[in-house]
Design a protein around this ligand. Structure first.
Ligand SMILES: NC(=O)c1ccc[n+]([C@@H]2O[C@H](COP(=O)([O-])OP(=O)(O)OC[C@H]3O[C@@H](n4cnc5c(N)ncnc54)[C@H](OP(=O)(O)O)[C@@H]3O)[C@@H](O)[C@H]2O)c1
Length: 240
């Protein structure tokens, strides 16, 4: 096996396209989300907004990586949500808590689990997160999303520095993909202006055909992982 590729959120959108465009022939793809991904060799049904799922994912990573002798190990964390869209203090509290756990906490806990599981192999490794311009722009109605993406950006910078000190054992990257035609974008356009005042901008982008195809974005993301980028790099695909 040339590569062992773990993907979260591969049942839809960018994660699905990433699974369908893995650039290494013979790679084994292992997937985590609530729904399965047909392109994966193994599917693990997990709700990553539930912290009880994180040790289950860690166990799979340990088992898959133990004794792995292939050319590379890659973990791509694409799982994410925008909902509930609306102002803090006005949306459903259980949905808000689940959002915070999935977008802010799960990337850190799963990133830690992947790095830990790498003790089972000597293969060069990459950990890739899907970032967003929302990490440094204020979008009213997206507080959990903006804060979660900012958390992932800074986790990437910090852990990238740590990995550099460990001889670049694992390259950690966070890449914002731009505006991509996925279910997440469909959800945005159906939101009211009361809950998301910037909604018209996203409707206009859709009308103008400005959304990118998930497969094009996926191919560019894979190409980025092959470049010699500095550990902890936080990038926007549109500038890369
Ligand atoms: N589309 C864009 O324009 C855009 C822009 C910037 C950043 N991004 C980022 O790119 C990533 C992928 O987004 P997308 O646009 O491809 O969205 P999408 O089509 O809505 O897909 C989201 C994925 O996340 C998974 N997911 C959601 N909640 C989950 C949960 N509780 N447990 C496990 N998996 C869960 C979903 O799987 P299940 O429902 O099967 O669980 C699905 O596979 C996200 O991190 C997003 O923030 C997207």
């Amino acid at each position: 096996m040339s590569a062992l590729v773990f993907v979260t959120g591969g049942s839809s959108g960018i994660g699905q396209a990433l699974l369908e465009t893995i650039p290494w022939a013979g790679a084994r793809a292992v997937h985590f989300a609530r729904r399965p991904a047909p392109a994966a060799a193994a599917n693990h049904a997990v709700d990553l907004a539930d912290p009880a799922s994180w040790p289950r994912v860690a166990g799979v990573l340990e088992r898959e990586l133990a004794g792995f002798t292939g050319e590379r190990a890659v973990f791509v964390h694409a799982a994410g949500v925008l909902t509930p869209i609306g102002f803090a203090g006005e949306v459903d509290p259980a949905a808000y808590r689940a959002h915070v756990l999935l977008n802010s906490a799960a990337p850190q806990a799963l990133g830690d689990a992947f790095l830990r599981a790498l003790s089972g192999t000597r293969a060069p490794a990459t950990l890739l997160f899907l970032g967003s311009g929302a990490a440094h722009s204020v979008y009213e109605g997206w507080s959990g999303y903006c804060a979660g993406k900012a958390a992932v950006d800074h986790w990437t910078r910090t852990v990238g520095a740590e990995q550099k000190r460990r001889g670049d054992r694992c390259r950690v990257l966070c890449v914002a993909p731009g505006v991509v035609a996925t279910a997440m974008q469909d959800e945005i356009r159906t939101t009211s202006e009361r809950d998301f005042p910037d909604v018209e901008r996203f409707r206009a982008l859709h009308r103008e055909g400005a959304l990118r195809a998930p497969r094009d974005v996926a191919r560019e993301l894979w190409a980025l992982t092959l470049r010699d980028l500095p550990n902890g790099a936080v990038l926007d695909l549109r500038d890369a």
